[in-house]
Write a protein that binds this ligand. Sequence first.
Ligand SMILES: Cc1cc2nc3c(=O)[nH]c(=O)nc-3n(C[C@H](O)[C@H](O)[C@H](O)COP(=O)(O)OP(=O)(O)OC[C@H]3O[C@@H](n4cnc5c(N)ncnc54)[C@H](O)[C@@H]3O)c2cc1C
Length: 486
Amino acid sequence: MAQPAVVAQLEAALGRDSVLSNPSELTVYEYDGSDEALAGSHRPDVVVLPQTAQQVQQVVKIARAMGMPVTARGGGTGLAGGAIAVQGGILVALTKMDRILEINTRDRYALVEPGLINLDLSQTTSRDGYFFAPDPSSQRACTIGGNVANNSGGPHCLKYGVTVNHILGLEVVLPDGELLWVGGPSPDVPGVDLTGILVGSEGTLGIVTKAMVRLTRSPEATDVLLAAFPSIEAASSAVSAIIAAGVLPTALEMMDALTITAVESAYHAGYPRDAAAVLLIEIDGLLEVVAENTRLISVICEQQEATEVRVASTQEERDLLWLGRKAALGAMGRLAPNYYLQDTVVPRTKLPVTLQRVEEISKDYKLPVANVFHAGDGNLHPLILFDRHKPGDIERVLHAGTEMIHWCIEVGGAVSGEHGIGLEKKDFLPLVFTTEDLAAMAGLKLSFDPLQLFNPEKVFPSGFSCGEVSALRQQALAARLGIDFV
Ligand SMILES: Cc1cc2nc3c(=O)[nH]c(=O)nc-3n(C[C@H](O)[C@H](O)[C@H](O)COP(=O)(O)OP(=O)(O)OC[C@H]3O[C@@H](n4cnc5c(N)ncnc54)[C@H](O)[C@@H]3O)c2cc1C
C-alpha cells in the first residue's frame, strides 16, 4: 500500500486519473503473461499511467527521493515475469503513451511512443508500403516498449532479425530522472553503442519513452505453405534441408500433434489432424523469386516424407493458417488447465535430438508437452501442460523445465531464445556466463542505476547486486591474474 504522501505527489504530477492506488485497481497489475503458479504475483504499491516523457521523469524523481522501486510495464504479455513489481513500489504502465509521432518513408523510420501496440504500427505503415518486421506472436497485445526491453523475436525474425536490428534510436528516462536520447536515423552512430545496450535490458537501465524504429519495405509477393509430416523427425529434417538448400524463408514454424489438436479445436485453421507435425513456411520477396523458392521448398518437403504440401491461394487462407500459429498458446486451455512455456534455443542442427530429449523428459515426469516454435532459428517452446491444483504438478514442471534448459545448454544453446530473463531465468545465467561476465554486466547496471531502483531482482542472478559486484570483479580479476584476493 503506497503512503498517502507518495500518492499525493504522483497525483499532483500526473493528475488523479493517472494514478491507481486502490487495491482492486492494482490487482490486474500483479501478473504478466507467465503462469502465476510459477512466476508468482506481486502487487505494486501504486500504478501510474503517464502520458509524456516529462511525466515519467517526474515519477522517477519522486521514486528516487522516496527510495521506491520502479518497474516499467507495457502490454504485460511478457513470459518471464519481467513486468512484475517484485518489491512493490511504483509500476509505470506506458499504455497511454501509444502515439505514432512521425512516419518518414524517405529515411525509412517511424518515431513512436513505447505503449504503441506492435501490430498497430505495421497496420498503419502498410498504407505506405512498409512494415515493422519484429512480430512476436503476441503482436495484437504487446507494445513496442516491451519489444525493445525484451529484444523480442517472432516468426518473421528468421529472415529479418530480432528487435535490436530494427531500433535506430531511443529516448529513455534514466534512474536519476534525466532524459537521454541515444542513436538516430543515420546508419552509423559513433561512440559506445548505447542503443544496443538498452535494447534487451528489460527495464533495468532505463524506461523507454520514444523509439525510432526501422521500417521495412513490404514485399512484392508472399506465399504461405503448410507441410504435414508423419513424424517430428521428418519435419525437423525438412527444416535443416530447406536451410541447407540456401533458401531463407521469412518464417519457418513447427507445430506438433498436440498443438494441432488444440488449434484445430479452437480455430479450425485447416491443419491436418492426423499429422505428427506441420511446418508453416512463409516466403516473401520479388514475385519470380517467391514462385521459385515456393516450388523448391515444396519439393524439399516432399523429399522429406511430407504427406501433404499446400500453398494458401488467398489472403483469407494465409491469414487463417497464421491465426492458428499466432494464437496457438490461447488454444492450450483445450488440453490442460495450465501450461509452462519453456523458451530456449539450440543450434538448428540439434533440433531433432533436442525434440527427442524433450519427449523423454515429458515421459519421465509424466507431463504432456506440446511443441509450437520458431524452428527456422532453433528457438524451441515446449509447453509443459499441467494442473496447478494437482499436488506435485508444479514441482514436476519446474524440474522438467530445468532439465530442458540443461540439455539445451549442453548441446550449445542458450537459456532463453527470445522471451528474456526476467525473474524466471536469472538464476540460470551462471550456466552460460562466467563470474567475470556477470560482474561486468552487473557493473554496467550499477553505472546506470547505483541505487538499484529500476526493475529490481530481474535479469541479474542472486549474488550480483550492489556491493557484491566490486568484490566479485576483484575476485574475477585475481583469478585471471592467478593471485590471491585479500
Ligand atoms: C501468446 C504470446 C505469444 C508470444 N510470442 C512471442 C514471440 O513470438 N516472440 C517473443 O519474443 N515474445 C513473445 N511473447 C512474449 C512477449 O509478448 C514479448 O516479450 C513482448 O515483447 C512483451 O511486450 P509487453 O509490451 O507485453 O511487455 P511487458 O510484459 O509489459 O514487459 C516486458 C519487459 O519489458 C519491460 N518494459 C516494458 N515496457 C518498457 C519500457 N517502455 N521501457 C523499459 N522497459 C519496459 C518490463 O519491465 C519487462 O521487463 C509472447 C507472449 C504471449 C503471451
